[in-house]
Design a protein around this ligand. Structure first.
Ligand code: HEC
Ligand code: HEC
Length: 152
């Protein structure tokens, strides 16, 4: 028991080393890629709070103007994984308006240099379309070195 506690403490102490990178979640269940990446990016769970993910998973029948409902098994499996890997760092864990990463305070601040016209370009269409500019978004990479804003 004592060793276990020490190990937990060591893991906690080691965590801040990674705190500035996009959190790397435990491996996603296959259902997440299959069910949540057909219309858009499989959004990294660590960019949204637990409560936001619960709201999203509880309202899939009316999902941003579309029906994204699932069978009960996949729904339960995905919800558990999203909630477990939801944002832990304060910046990302604040409740985001409309359950949108793209409306969270940190998102707006990080993107304040992107002009309104840019979001409307045909190749971008929406702030939710992370991949239009973040070339590594599909693998969870949002580093500023890998951003290419499309010219139109
Ligand atoms: C049938 C298509 C479809 C499926 C399937 C789908 N979504 Fe979405 N989702 C959308 C649309 C449309 C939007 C709004 C996109 C926009 O504003 O450009 C959206 C937006 C989102 C957003 C907010 C993006 C932002 O920050 O603005 C999240 C989070 C999200 N979806 C999660 C999920 C999860 C989790 C699943 C799987 C359970 C899922 N989606 C499955 C269509 C879908
Ligand atoms: C129109 C292009 C565009 C879209 C679409 C976009 N971003 Fe960005 N993103 C940027 C730019 C430009 C920056 C600022 C980079 C800098 O600070 O130099 C940025 C910064 C970021 C950062 C901070 C990166 C760092 O290293 O500091 C994160 C995280 C991020 N975006 C996530 C997202 C997510 C998640 C989405 C989709 C929900 C998204 N972005 C959609 C262009 C975009």
């Amino acid at each position: 028991m004592k060793n276990y506690l020490l190990l937990s403490l060591a893991m906690l102490l080691a965590m801040p080393v990674f705190a500035d990178k996009t959190p790397v979640p435990s491996e996603a269940p296959k259902s997440y890629e299959a069910e949540c990446a057909s219309c858009h990016l499989a959004y990294p769970p660590g960019l949204l709070s637990q409560k936001n993910w619960q709201n999203i998973m509880g309202g899939l029948g009316k999902h941003f103007g579309t029906d994204a409902s699932l069978d009960a098994k996949s729904q339960a499996e995905i919800t558990t994984w999203l909630v477990k890997n939801a944002a832990s760092k304060y910046k990302y864990s604040a409740l985001a308006p409309d359950n949108r990463i793209s409306k969270s305070a940190w998102f707006i601040k990080e993107h304040d240099e992107v002009r309104a016209e840019v979001w409307k370009r045909p190749s971008v269409k929406s702030a939710a379309n992370c991949m239009a500019c973040h070339k590594d978004a599909a693998s969870g990479g949002f580093n500023e070195k890998n951003i290419q804003v499309p010219p139109q």
